[in-house]
Write a protein that binds this ligand. Structure first.
Ligand code: ADP
Ligand code: MG
Length: 693
């Protein structure tokens, strides 16, 4: 048997079983080996029957004194009853609907039984325990179902835990012969230097059939290391390649930059100055910039980017800004038109619904043609740019706002290349605070600029979790604010009403608010399924204060800038991650007015409420993201929209030490040219795409 041996050749796998296993993606011995348990049951505690305590999880060893099937009168189901005894006492054991058991288990057999004890301390019993013949220990050298830490696998219909354990057990000889794909030197070094590092074969054996919890932890560590290491290797290698590419060197033009900054209606913060300076320094090099501009919501990233855009355009190159939503694209279009009003730049927008160069509306065909010959200076768009196969000549700079993955390949695809190996400069902007560990792992390929300072005069947003008893009071408060000329957002999780989810929808809620609560106010409705012209019109009306309240789904989550809005009400707040709620909250408090965020949740679970209450005191996006990461994993921070983040089966992204080790070792492999064809194949097969690729 080797890794490629088909599962069908294992003992007790017929056609039907093979089909069911294939549904789990299990076709070969290798698939089985890399099918990891998602939890374990600790049945190591072998207890004398006389000492059994109700509710404890144990293994007993005893002899079957009696075993028989009977039919339950009430449920008409088969019940197998047995009496099992050891030298201390007897216990009754019951299984339901397994009549064949009396064929496997006979009076007089010695067995192990593992499971939870029920009944009371006087008449303990076990219901549906896992059983394993005691001679298994002699024959197979080891028990796999009882009297140990037992693996529990994710399963599909028709496959049982016992079956899977039995199959995985058969693969162990192949596991033991497996060669480590990591360089020997690396493994040897870490076996000595790192705590609890295991060889691959040992880690794989221990992940399935752990000897004890220490070795189990070590196995998880080694397999987690592998995941992090491979990602690091891939990112660092891509970065090496990118470093060998070229981008146009952009000269810093001091005079026009000074004039631009002087023309702004406000003074730049020191953090904005610092970040612009870092960006401009990168742009001056002929090596492509690869930078992340991180700054909490409202910290003023747009104008910081505008300074860079100004310089690139004045150097004769084109700039593309990409956004995740149409709303944001339209907003940027207007903002940049205003910012560059004195510069006479040709500013264009290309989304599915809006196609303009300046104020001139274009047909789709005309738009693509103009863009493809470079009849513009600054182009703002959504993913439509990629879908419509836009090719921009002299593309010098690509900016991605509030999106998390955009690789070199995509950047190259946008540019009409004149020479080989030319890649535009790249800036990714995000308000999502990225915890340090994730930064090192997934964003290890980016240089970082941080705007850690808010424009002067902003007041902290007052955040309250409002329970249903206080809802009316909250509405009265909101009414006063709106009467004073301010505006409010209301976020609901759903577009349409749903019977099953129990969350509010924008359609119902906007009607309810208009009829029952705020009949005197003007209420608008926004969600992702509206046509882009409608979205634009609604945003424009809200912006012009023709609407007092905007009821919206999470489409206004990122970037939207309405300085006059001071109230953010969020329905079904428990549905959202903390970092995402922080983003919603960032839609208000963008001017000098005191702003408020009210969180409503019909989920009365104390843990859910406690999680939300954390927002009342915490204004730091970083710690909110860390909290999300601990409780929900990395997917949560980015919402469901952003994909492309790696999924870790084993690695804990919060394990800073392991992340750092993986980073160090990947660097060592590249610097010392230890990369093997096997390692290469592994990283090329990965689905995850880094910024440098
Ligand atoms: P974000 O970083 O969330 O993208 P924006 O770039 O949208 O933030 O800026 C938020 C608001 O703050 C905008 O209305 C912008 O004009 C304003 N702004 C930006 N920088 C400053 C500053 N230095 N002083 C005052 N207001 C600023
Ligand atoms: Mg923004």
């Amino acid at each position: 048997m080797d890794l490629n041996t088909p599962i069908k050749q294992l003992t007790r796998v017929g056609k039907i079983t093979a089909g069911r296993l294939a549904k789990l993606g299990l076709r070969t011995v290798e698939d089985l080996i890399f099918y990891f348990p998602f939890r374990y049951e600790d049945f190591r505690n072998i207890v004398k029957i006389n000492d059994l305590q109700s509710e404890s999880v144990v293994t007993i060893r005893g002899k079957i004194e009696l075993i028989a099937n009977r039919r339950s009168f009430r449920t008409r189901k088969n019940v197998t009853e047995a009496i099992v005894a050891d030298d201390s006492g007897q216990i009754k054991v019951i299984w339901f609907n397994q009549p064949f058991l009396t064929k496997t288990l006979k009076q007089g057999d010695e067995i192990f039984l593992a499971g939870k004890v029920s009944g009371d301390d006087f008449a303990a019993q076990m219901i549906s325990p896992i059983y394993e013949p005691a001679f298994a220990r002699l024959r197979q050298g080891e028990l796999i179902h009882t009297a140990r830490i037992v693996p529990i696998y994710p399963l599909t219909a028709g496959v049982t835990e016992k079956q899977l354990r039995f199959l995985v057990k058969q693969t162990l000889p192949a596991v033991r012969q497996m060669k480590d794909f990591l360089p020997d030197e690396l493994v040897a070094r870490n076996l000595v230097a790192a705590d609890n590092f295991l060889k691959l074969s040992e880690a794989l054996e221990q992940i399935h059939f752990p000897t004890d919890e220490i070795l189990l932890a070590a196995a998880k560590k080694r397999l987690g290391f592998d995941e992090l290491f491979l990602i690091q290797l891939r990112i660092q290698r891509a970065r090496q390649e990118l470093d060998a590419a070229f981008a146009p060197a952009i000269k810093f033009l001091q005079k026009p930059t000074k004039e631009f900054v002087a023309g702004l209606p406000f003074k730049l913060t020191d953090a904005q100055r610092q970040a612009s300076w870092e960006i401009l320094q990168d742009l001056e090099k002929s090596r492509p910039m690869n930078r992340l501009l991180q700054g909490d919501v409202g910290s003023g990233k747009t104008v910081t980017a505008a300074i860079a855009i100004l310089n690139v355009i004045l150097n004769g190159y084109k700039v593309v800004v990409m956004t995740p939503t149409e709303i944001l694209a339209q907003q940027h279009f207007k903002t940049f038109q205003k910012l560059f009003v004195k510069n006479n730049f040709r500013i264009a927008i290309l989304t599915r619904g809006s196609k303009f160069v300046g104020d001139e509306k274009m047909t789709p065909k005309k738009m693509t043609d103009l863009v493809n010959v470079g009849e513009f200076d600054l182009l703002i768009g959504t993913h439509a740019l990629i879908q419509e196969k836009i090719k921009v000549p002299d593309l010098g700079f690509v900016i991605i706002d509030e999106q998390h993955r955009f690789g070199v390949k995509q950047r190259k695809a946008l540019a009409r290349a004149k020479q080989q190996n030319v890649v535009p400069h790249f800036l990714s902007m995000t308000a999502t605070p990225i915890p340090r560990t994730l930064m090192l792992t997934v964003y290890g390929d980016l240089d970082l600029s941080i705007i850690n300072q808010m424009p002067a005069g902003r007041k902290p947003i007052i955040t309250k979790v409002v329970d249903e008893n206080n809802r009316a009071k909250a509405y009265e408060f909101v009414r006063k604010e709106l009467q004073n000329g301010r505006q409010s957002f209301v976020i609901c999780p759903l577009i349409d009403p749903s019977d099953t989810l129990g969350y509010k929808s924008v359609k119902q809620e906007s009607e309810f608010l208009a009829k029952e609560i705020f009949p005197e106010l003007k209420i608008g409705l926004m969600h992702g399924k509206l046509k882009s012209a409608e979205k634009e019109m609604i945003m424009a009306r809200f912006n012009n204060k023709e609407l007092d309240i905007l009821v919206s789904t999470s489409v206004v989550e990122v970037g939207v800038d309405i300085p006059n809005a001071t109230i953010m009400m969020i329905e079904g707040a428990d549905r959202f991650g903390l970092a995402q709620l922080h983003q919603f909250r960032g839609r208000v408090g963008r001017a000098q007015y005191q702003s408020y965020c009210f969180l409503f949740s019909s989920n009365n679970d104390p843990a859910a409420i406690k999680r939300l209450k954390y927002l009342e005191t915490c204004v730091d996006g970083f710690s909110l993201a860390e909290k999300d990461l601990e409780s929900r994993g990395s997917g949560e921070i980015y919402g469901s929209r952003q994909s492309g983040l790696p999924e870790f089966k084993m690695a804990k992204i919060t394990d800073f030490e392991l992340v750092a080790l993986a980073q160090k070792e990947a660097k060592w492999v590249l610097e010392n040219k230890k990369i093997t064809p096997e390692l290469l194949a592994k990283i090329e097969r990965m689905e995850f795409v880094g910024h440098c690729e």
